[in-house]
Write a protein that binds this ligand. Sequence first.
Ligand SMILES: [Zn+2]
Length: 139
Amino acid sequence: MAFELFDKRKPGLKELEKLSKRMSRKFKVDKTWIKIGHKQRALQYFSITDTILITSRAIFPIEHLLHEFAHHIVYHKHYYRTGPHRKPFQKTLWKLVMWYYKGNPEKYNWVNEYPRVAAYGFKRLSGLNKRRANLAGLN
Ligand SMILES: [Zn+2]
């Protein structure tokens, strides 16, 4: 993981809470509650209680948190006037990923995202790679 807060082991509730607090400060939104579910297969964001539910079976709990936190930010800034995984969500997730992976968004598992979100991620990645190649004088 790129974030110095985490080691390579699967993060526990405390680490996820720490990351959530940091994101609240960084992106100027209310704090969220984090709950670990043991049965639920799906991840969820509950806007009424500002709660993010992450299943203990998640292979990439941090990436799930980034995804659900993007819902949290979009909810507080756009109040779901747009569909759940539309442009505002995609842009917000990209910002979170850029921040978390310190400018290396290719580290995020875009292939695991919803198709629309993945497509956005890959489009931004290709734009970023083109700019990087230009800067390096490869084009
Ligand atoms: Zn979602």
